[in-house]
Design a protein around this ligand. Structure first.
Ligand code: NZQ
Ligand code: ZN
Length: 395
């Protein structure tokens, strides 16, 4: 079993009245001038943005607003945010939205306190910052888990390069989660979000280590619950109880709890980031397009784990005489699940056309950072493995 540190300092404020506490919480964590950061139109349309701004005004908290964050958030807007925060003397960033808004907020939070280009952090070319502006989130889409995670993922439009940077310092001080705010999510975003959170747990579940039984039990509970709740909310988007399962599931799936004591993998995420970097697709859908091919490529590294997944998560009967057959049935059942919730199972279904050899070579080059990096842990993937998986996922 691997030794581990479990660090999840974010204060979670969950429920229908949770937004009422926003000003009190910002003050509690030292904020006096706030950047309210948000995305396209959803937070405006629902009235959430106005409500948050009213609550800040009523409590005498000064704020400035910066909207326009797009899915796969762009470096250029984060740089605008950095300038705005410096100019306005902002000391606290409140992200109102999903993973893209929170990640953009984290990038701004780093950049304000740095004397060099914030992108250098994502390139791995800057020293870890010693300080940053505090971040908090009012979550509107459960998916990325950024509301409790240490990661942020940013796309540099110059070259369509999508890179992540992780630092515990960036874990939000608090996360306000009101499941009612997710009633307006379109089915595709709902399903892509659930796919993403399940994958955050699967990246930690498919490991060489079988030792931390409790972690494995927790992971299976999260996966099974998400797998059923998603059908309930697709059928009835206003099912508060099931929206709540999913909202909390998204945080648990990525706050480290389902990774304690195991060696996590993350190859599917690394491979996907090139897809969303190049084609600007929804991250969760990109994961669904890659995972079945990754699974078939690596399953012999720990066949018994794939059998366990098939039986305990995907409800496949265990054929003890044919573990490989059982494992493959588990992957096929996952593909049927993705289709049933409207997700793709290969790149053709994801982008609506066949990907070219040249595009696969380009994604391989980026994913391997010019053939200098590997990814994954269950099977360490070299550039030729990455290329082979992209080709298998072509569809
Ligand atoms: O921009 P608006 O109008 O708000 O619309 C958004 C957006 O189009 C919409 N939306 C959000 N809340 C809504 C809503 N629509 C209706 N009602 C609501 N309540 O949903 C769309 C997607 O939003 P986005 O924030 O992009 O989704 P998500 O949370 O999936 O975030 C995706 C980003 O997170 C990164 C991904 O790579 C991607 O860039 N990730 C971040 C991680 C982290 N920081 O730990 C880990 C993840 O693996 C992931 O890589
Ligand atoms: Zn993800």
């Amino acid at each position: 079993m691997k030794d581990f540190n479990y660090y999840a300092p974010t204060e979670v404020v969950f429920g229908e009245q949770s937004e009422e506490q926003v000003a009190h919480l910002i003050k509690k964590y030292g904020g006096t001038k706030v950047l309210v950061h948000y995305g396209g139109k959803s937070a405006e349309r629902s009235g959430l943005l106005d409500k948050i701004c009213d609550l800040l005004s009523k409590d005498g908290l000064a704020f400035v607003k910066l909207g326009g964050v797009v899915p796969n958030p762009r470096l250029s807007l984060a740089k605008k945010g950095i300038e705005l925060c410096r100019h306005e003397g902002v000391d606290f960033i409140l992200a109102v939205g999903g993973g893209s808004v929170i990640d953009s907020a984290k990038c701004i939070g780093y950049g304000v306190c740095m004397n060099e280009d914030v992108w250098n952090l994502y390139l791995g070319q800057a020293e870890a910052p010693k300080t940053m502006l505090p971040i908090a989130a009012v979550l509107t889409i459960p998916a990325a888990g950024s509301e409790m995670s240490e990661a942020s993922v940013i796309t540099n439009e110059d070259g369509d390069v999508k890179l992540g940077y992780s630092n515990n310092m960036s874990r939000p001080k608090f996360a306000i989660m009101n499941p009612r705010r997710t009633f307006t999510l379109p089915p595709y975003q709902t399903a892509a979000g659930v796919t993403d959170m399940m994958m955050h747990t699967m990246e930690r579940y498919f490991t060489k280590d079988d030792d931390m039984d409790l972690t494995t039990d927790l992971a299976e509970a999260v996966l099974r619950r998400m797998k059923t709740a998603v059908f309930d909310v697709l059928k009835n988007p206003e099912d508060y109880r099931q929206r709540a399962q999913i909202m909390w599931g998204g945080s648990i799936a990525h706050n480290g709890l389902t990774g304690c004591g195991v060696q996590d993998d993350w190859a599917t995420h690394q491979l996907e980031h090139e897809l969303s970097g190049m084609f600007d697709v929804t991250h969760g859908a990109g994961l669904a397009a890659i995972w079945p091919s990754w699974a078939r490529y690596v399953m012999h590294e720990n066949l018994s784990r794939f059998v366990r997944f098939a039986v305990n998560v995907m409800d496949v009967p265990n054929d003890f005489s044919d573990p490989e057959g059982t494992a493959i049935k588990g992957i096929e059942a996952t593909e049927r699940f993705y289709h049933a919730i409207g997700m793709p199972i290969n790149i053709r279904e994801l982008i609506g056309r066949e990907i070219t050899d040249e595009e696969i070579r380009e994604m391989t080059r980026k994913c391997s950072r010019n053939y200098t990096h590997t990814c994954g842990a269950l099977k360490v993937l070299k550039a030729e493995d990455m290329e082979a998986i992209y080709k298998m996922a072509r569809g």
